[in-house]
Design a protein around this ligand. Structure first.
Ligand code: GAL
Length: 642
């Protein structure tokens, strides 16, 4: 696994570059990502290019032996460009333009901007596509960051109408599919359709779902245009894009199909603070991040391209963008880096090389302080370099368990949650966590992925069951666990004929006749477990596998396939993981709180996310080759697999 960093030569006097490059090498870094926000320096005026500085920056880095990932600069269109076509900016859901002065202000649907995106991509690729040190490209930067997937511009509206026409063929078909007779929402032609924002109360969920699908397709085609140019002008180089954490606004599998390598940006402390974690988790893991945050995304993005992936932005210290921005405890940066290795990353690159003393991110740490002295993460990068040297390259095998993750499912749950705590990402994360707490390695896969060969399959929820999916499940002999609301919607966001679970009815042998969502803190208790948030009423001839104390049935089994008709709390997930593991022949581990493990083909890694020392000799793995069995906070220990 390579180490790297994100570097902005345009932020520093040229006189510093050579020494920066030398220090990167000394620290064990071999990859450097540059250029993602440099448009105003590459093309200061329309059509006038200043290549000199970038030529010299690339050569300086290359001369030091660094491999370069160059980016297309399209996340930051310069002021002059916006001024030549002010309508290229995205329009937010309240109808306001997203102004110039930060980044990501463009609208994916604006054809003038599309043309500019192709032009600058072509120009940069023509100049550097065959440079021997340029080994990879990143398209744009974090599609969707700052809530920028959806735009409600005229350009988007026009393209959405065409998109609807292509999907439905006739306006009658669209009216029928969406159910537009409800509230007299019928259209006479595709030209009459607007985006679903600015309606008096909620717009038709079918309208929203198609708008989300459309917006996702816009990201895919925007990216694809750049990829095509890069492939033409820079043959043999990997193309990637950097995805974000806990982000579902576009279908990452669709973008990933056009990439060679998926990358993501890992900020565990920022994510812990910004997402749904409880106050006690936020306190206990303040300086570590919740133990499954990084791993969850490693396993997700490994399934988002060909299986090749890396971390292109790794948090090296406090960030600037969360509500509170603590410093990682000593050792955490090394732990996060090695954890990526254990999950199969090809590289981990730190964001950023040196903390900038100016502009929006001046409070965001780097490997170096603004005065160029080493920041604490620098020593940890060196430490990781040494560990990589000790254990050598790692290969990873297919995991034993598959967890099905669907972007469309996230949209459906978000559009009509029915209870405000029914959050898709949280549901999937809880299921993932339940497996990881017991030491199980997981592949997170798309509903389209093949499922044979796994010992167990977990599907937290899949409201819209894609064609062929039920048959694919039917062919499996291993235990399968399917969660609430699965099969509850048609592709056009309606209740299926014959009710939920729709396409899964035959497989499960039951019908969901009524559902309810519950306030937080309303607990529904069974023998040794509880459920909350969501409860279904099920009609079936078979006796349930598990019922609540009040007699309400919650878990059903039909041969190897189980259905959970409620939001399972941790206690129920733990119980189901135990039962399924027993049937699947999966070996579960009793991991101390805060410990996670991950196997490569040759080693098993353990990570201590707890804030105290843990005796890992209880795991029975013998003497580690790296670290110690007495694991201090933030320690990583590694054993050779027998
Ligand atoms: C990422 C982004 C970087 C930088 C970083 C700060 O979202 O790609 O450009 O802003 O966050 O943590």
């Amino acid at each position: 696994m390579k180490l790297g960093c994100c570097y902005f030569p345009e932020h520093w006097p040229e006189a510093m570059w050579a020494d920066d490059a030398r220090r990167m090498r000394e620290m064990g870094l071999s990859l450097v990502r540059i250029g993602e926000f440099a448009w105003s320096r590459i093309e200061p005026d329309p059509g006038r290019f200043d290549w000199g500085w970038l030529d010299r920056a690339i050569d300086t880095l290359a001369d030091a032996g660094l491999t370069i990932m160059l980016c297309t600069p399209t996340a930051t269109p310069p002021k002059w460009l916006v001024d030549t076509m002010p309508d290229m900016v995205a329009i937010d859901a309240d109808g306001r333009p997203r102004g110039f002065g930060s980044r990501r202000h463009y609208c994916f649907s604006h054809q003038g901007y599309r043309e500019q995106s192709r032009r600058i991509t072509r120009t940069v690729a023509e100049r550097y596509g065959k440079h021997p040190a340029v080994a990879a490209w990143q398209t744009d930067n974090e599609y969707g960051c700052h809530d920028t997937v959806l735009s409600f511009s005229d350009a988007a509206a026009a393209r959405f109408r065409k998109w609807c026409e292509a999907r439905y063929g006739s306006i009658e078909a669209l009216n029928g599919a969406w159910g537009n007779v409800f509230w007299s929402m019928e259209y006479r032609s595709f030209d009459e359709i607007d985006p679903p924002n600015l309606t008096v109360t909620e717009a038709n969920p079918a309208h929203w779902l198609d708008y989300r699908r459309f917006a996702s397709d816009e990201v895919v085609s925007f990216n694809r245009e750049q990829v095509a140019i890069l492939r033409e002008l820079s043959p043999g180089r990997d193309v990637t894009h950097n995805f974000m954490g806990f982000f579902t606004e576009f279908d990452h599998y669709d973008v990933g199909r056009d990439l060679d390598v998926a990358t993501w940006d890992s900020y565990p402390l920022g994510f812990l603070e910004q997402f749904w974690f409880s106050e006690s988790e936020k306190r206990d893991y303040l300086r570590q991040g919740h133990p499954d945050i990084a791993a969850f995304h490693h396993d997700l993005y490994r399934g988002c391209s060909s299986g090749r992936w890396g971390v292109i932005e790794q948090q090296p210290g406090p960030v600037n963008w969360a509500r509170f921005n603590p410093a990682p405890s000593d050792g955490m940066v090394a732990l996060w880096t090695l954890e990526a290795m254990a999950h199969g990353a090809e590289f981990v690159s730190y964001f950023r090389w040196r903390q900038a003393p100016f502009a929006q991110e001046q409070m965001h740490a780097g490997l170096l302080r603004p005065d160029s002295a080493d920041a604490p993460a620098a020593a940890e990068a060196r430490q990781v370099r040494d560990v990589i040297g000790t254990i050598g390259a790692q290969e990873i095998a297919k995991a034993k368990v598959a967890l099905v993750f669907s972007y469309e499912a996230a949209w459906v749950c978000g559009i009509q949650p029915q209870g405000q705590s029914f959050r898709y990402l949280e549901l999937v994360y809880e299921w993932y966590s339940a497996l990881r707490r017991r030491g199980v390695d997981v592949d997170i896969v798309s509903p389209e992925a093949p499922l044979e060969g796994y010992s167990a399959v977990f599907i937290p929820t899949l409201p819209i069951v894609p064609e062929g999916f039920a048959a694919k499940l039917g062919d499996l002999a291993c235990p399968v666990l399917i969660g609430p609301r699965s099969g509850s919607k048609t592709t056009s966001f309606c209740i299926p004929e014959g009710l939920a679970p729709g396409e899964l009815k035959e497989l499960l042998g039951l019908t969901v006749t009524r559902v309810e969502s519950l306030r937080n803190n309303v607990s529904n208790v069974g023998n040794g477990f509880s459920v909350s948030r969501w409860l279904e009423y099920v009609l079936t001839e078979e006796a349930p596998e598990l019922a609540l104390d009040d007699g309400h049935s919650v878990v059903f089994a039909n041969a190897n396939i189980r259905y959970c008709a409620a939001w399972p709390d941790r206690s129920l997930l733990d119980l189901l993981v135990e039962r399924i593991a027993g049937e699947a022949g999966l070996i579960l581990m009793d991991l101390p709180e805060g410990i996670r493990v991950r196997r490569t083909a040759s080693h098993i890694f353990a990570f201590n996310y707890a804030a105290h020392t843990i005796d890992a000799s209880t795991l029975g793995l013998g003497e580690p080759v790296v670290g110690s069995a007495q694991m201090e906070p933030a320690a990583t220990s590694i054993w050779t697999l027998a």
